[in-house]
Design a protein around this ligand. Sequence first.
Ligand code: OAD
Length: 238
Amino acid sequence: MEDKCALLKKWINESSSIVFLGGAGVSTESGIPDFRGKGGLYRKKSAMPLEIALSHEFFMAHPEEFYQLVRPFMARKEARPNQAHIRLAQLEREGRLKYIITQNVDGLHQKAGSRNVLELHGNDSSFFCMNCDREYPAVDALASSGVPTCACGGILRPGIVMFGEPLPFGSFDRAAQAIANAEMLIVAGTSLVVYPAAGLIDYYKGDKLALINEQPTPYDREADLIIREKVGEVFAKV
Ligand code: OAD
């Protein structure tokens, strides 16, 4: 572990154009559960599995059940950035890190001070009316129980990308471009099984692909360095 962290640190110090691609595992050390990791949300037994509930089709057909199931995981205001978020923001300020590409919707990178954050799956801090598109802060939308509605009577939806929906316009192309131009790519806290996000790795052309993940991923063979530790602990060392 120490040798691998030392190599990661060396690469970071040598690179002037780093891109970070992350997933739910980046926020577990902030107390937000991931989906497929050890204590992941998709591993919990329930009558309606969360991976089905988090789809556009389910939301449209059963908005009451959707909100019952996902409300506990949304807009967790008490969550604070961990060492991974904090160090990444610092690397951006130093001019080394060019982009953070995240599948997370929790806004913790921005809370830590990062500016160039591409959110592939949206953000749960805002809700939108399905009828008139009016925007509501999550705290207001989630203030009362049941299905939140707009002043116009329309149903509110969270600003996240659900299964069966396209990524925010242009976000994939911008992410692919950033990765194609990167000298170093750090991928962390993602199982790399959800597309199109996982496929972004194929755009990397360099020879410094560092993968930090507790569990193996389908892209391990592509990596130039694999660290199977907690991402926050690793960043605290580098
Ligand atoms: P996953 O839950 O699929 O993967 C998280 C990975 O991070 C797992 O392999 C864990 O072992 C690892 N992990 C957890 N905590 C870690 C830590 N502290 N340090 C290092 N590794 C850690 O999350 P994603 O890959 O982000 O999409 O999932 C992708 C998408 O699937 C999500 O954005 C979400 C979900 O369905 C939508 O909701 C559309």
